[in-house]
Design a protein around this ligand. Sequence first.
Ligand SMILES: Nc1ncnc2c1ncn2[C@@H]1O[C@H](COP(=O)(O)OP(=O)(O)O)[C@@H](O)[C@H]1O
Ligand SMILES: [Mg+2]
Length: 213
Amino acid sequence: MLLDVQNLSKRFEAVTILDGVSLSLAIGESVALTGESGSGKSTLLHIIAGLEPADGGEVTVDGIALSTLKDAGRARLRRDDIGIVFQQFNLIPSLNIAQNLLFQARLAGRDANLSALAEQLGLSEHLSKYPEQLSGGQQQRVAIGRAIAARPKLVLADEPTGNLDETTGDAVFDLLLQSAKETGAGLLIVTHSERLASRSNRRLHLRQGRIQQ
Ligand SMILES: Nc1ncnc2c1ncn2[C@@H]1O[C@H](COP(=O)(O)OP(=O)(O)O)[C@@H](O)[C@H]1O
Ligand SMILES: [Mg+2]
């Protein structure tokens, strides 16, 4: 399994957010995660990415258990093997679109085909612009491009269409599915939309701290 989450638990203060979450994701598989606002979807993604510690359980990415890694090891795993698409894009305002797209690939020391990537994302005309000059949908495509440019094994996307209108959101969602398919990445995508979730290979629902298949 590319991603294996076993019996994960997480509390904030006295409140239990995740209460024995288990899930797995195979190479090349796309899984949609739904759940009400506040159900812990972002927390789960952050724990999987090693950005947030769990209180119990284990996350294993490509055979490596996060609990066996120190901070630097988790940062390296994130840099080399995980692409993250944040809901709020998190583009770097002082870098142009080309530099934003290549940012993670450069950190990981990997080549990326900028012109092919830009073409796939419909961003070829915008490479020398800066994030603030693009629309929300275009910025989200840059965020996706940055996450997939280095061809990570695992792509985590947190409501990547949450800020977009329906047409743009549909296009962005399909782009993520298609690019993950092309690179053979596993994709875990959080969405509010039942309609979009049904386009993935498999669906999971987070409720009261647990996964309902
Ligand atoms: N750093 C934090 N400290 C305290 N509570 C938090 C923190 N992060 C999230 N929470 C709480 O945990 C719950 C789940 O949040 P979150 O994972 O963001 O849910 P979702 O992404 O499903 O909307 C919410 O009640 C939220 O307020
Ligand atoms: Mg969230």
